[in-house]
Design a protein around this ligand. Structure first.
Ligand SMILES: *Cc1c(COP(=O)(O)O)cnc(C)c1O
Length: 474
């Protein structure tokens, strides 16, 4: 095969895959050992053999999870918006790093445009930000920014000789907070998890008590993270009481909107879920979750002067790579990043933004919420299913209700596994108040009411099948 034909061949494959991916089962499941055998990973092939290469691609696709399939309801993302897939392919073909204007002129301007657009939407006037590799890293950078903002000398002196620092988060906050506490030298013992109220939000009196305790013992509570849409339950921490506490204790208020921050695009939902967001100190949002941009695609924003992030992040001799813009303008986005090489994520977001517009994204998020309401209602009315907790926003936490003598947790685990291995459906799990739940998330534009009905029927059929096997009936 000639090199010129590679893309033709590739596009044929891609077109066929895209066409078929909503059909059949979402996976052709094999156990790891069987899959390893099927893949023939050890096969020796001659160098430069394009036929062999495409055979590998075929094998990859044959057992890939079809994340666009309507039975794939497992994670906070599903499939990807086609405009952003186009962006991803162009980024791969042009292969550059978005750290300097020199190597990525268009991407740099697109990213700056994106940051300004998002700062305006959030209401951080005169702020700054960057696209990061995802909200895990964004949470860490926010925590680092809070630390360095409070104690600017920490950049040179580290934590030696500084007051004992504490970060406080919702007990259901994402595990990236624990990792950030580890990486930043706080230690996970200095990440305090605040118990939640009936709605899964940080219990404000409990938070206040911890803040007072730390302060009176000479410690410094420097960082509080609100979660806008907790990962399992979908709870939104209420910002106004946190802002009131910030007045007293002068901590940094970060909002982790990795999942639920997407409501920003709808005025109505923003008012409902994120009132007073514009007063927070920082905010992160994943475009690659509810909004459907190809993985990974994130933005982290700061309610601080334009040079703030650069002051926090830059260190070391960068003179070999970065150039100053006119009058100290930040020309190279790499100067405010913790990485050197940076993927061109801006193009994916930019193409989605131009294709769907704000109204299109608002409509999508509002529709998802409506579908979640529908799913909750269907679960509530089915005798074999039960909600484990009421729905707070987008997450529907439910389970199959086995007869009284059958323990619910192992049963629901077995049910999920049966659905997975048979390729019927894939749904997430998590724990709420110590109870295992099936976590239904709708982030796939191909899912509507009929697909939700079908999915719930699949859960019921599979549950009944397992019960019949238990009692030895056929
Ligand atoms: C998914 C999620 C994260 C992690 O985001 P990544 O982009 O996957 O790193 C952080 N916080 C919350 C609340 C999340 O749901």
């Amino acid at each position: 095969m000639e090199q010129d034909n590679i893309f033709e061949r590739l596009l044929q494959l891609v077109t066929r895959y895209t066409h078929d991916r909503g059909q059949g089962t979402f996976i052709d499941y094999l156990d790891p050992d069987d899959l390893r055998q099927r893949l023939h990973l050890e096969d020796e092939r001659g160098r430069g053999d394009w036929e062999a290469l495409f055979a590998w691609v075929e094998r990859y696709l044959a057992h890939a999870v079809k994340t666009s399939h309507p039975a794939y309801l497992n994670r906070m993302w599903a499939g990807a918006n086609l405009p952003s897939v186009v962006g991803e392919m162009i980024a791969a073909i042009t292969n550059t790093s978005a750290c300097t204007f020199e190597t990525a002129p268009v991407s740099t301007l697109m990213e700056k445009y994106l940051l300004q657009t998002m700062l305006d939407l959030v209401g951080f006037a005169g702020g700054c930000g960057q696209m990061t590799t995802g909200s895990s890293n964004a949470n860490m950078i926010a925590m680092m920014a809070a630390r360095n903002d409070l104690l600017p000398a920490i950049k040179q002196q580290g934590l030696f000789g500084c007051p004992e620092l504490f970060a406080l988060v919702n007990a259901d906050a994402h595990y990236s907070m624990d990792r950030a506490a580890n990486i930043l030298g706080l230690g996970t013992n200095h990440l305090l998890k605040i118990p939640v109220d009936d709605h899964g939000r940080m219990h404000i009196p409990a938070l206040e008590e911890r803040l007072a305790e730390i302060s009176s013992a000479g410690g410094r509570p420097f960082f509080v993270a609100a979660t806008a849409g907790t990962t399992v339950r979908g709870a939104y921490d209420s910002l106004p009481p946190l802002l009131a506490l910030r007045e007293r204790y002068r901590f940094w208020l970060h909002v982790d909107g990795a999942w639920g921050g997407a409501v920003l695009f709808s005025d109505r939902l923003k008012r409902h879920f994120l009132p007073a967001l514009e007063q927070a100190d920082s905010f992160t949002l994943d475009f690659h979750k509810m909004l459907g941009t190809a993985l990974m695609c994130n933005v982290l924003l700061f309610n601080r002067r334009p040079t703030f992030l650069r002051e926090v992040c830059s260190a070391g001799d960068e003179s070999y790579i970065f150039r100053e813009g006119e009058g100290g303008e930040i020309r190279d986005l790499g100067t405010l990043s913790l990485q050197c090489g940076r993927r061109v994520d801006s193009l994916k977001w930019f193409l989605d933004w131009k294709f769907y517009g704000r109204a299109g994204l608002a409509e999508r998020v509002e529709r998802y919420l409506e579908l979640c309401r529908y799913a909750e209602d269907r679960v509530g009315h089915h005798p074999d299913l039960e909600l484990v907790v009421p729905r707070e926003s987008f997450n529907v936490c439910f389970r199959f209700r086995p007869p009284g003598d059958v323990p619910a947790e192992p049963f629901n685990k077995a049910l999920r596994e049966r659905m997975h291995r048979t390729g019927r459906a894939l749904v997430g799990t998590g724990y709420v108040n110590g109870q295992l739940v099936l976590r239904l998330l709708i982030t796939n534009i191909n899912v509507g009411k009929p697909e939700i009905d079908h999915f719930l029927e699949t859960v019921v059929t599979t549950g009944r099948e397992l019960l019949a096997e238990r009692s030895g009936r056929p």
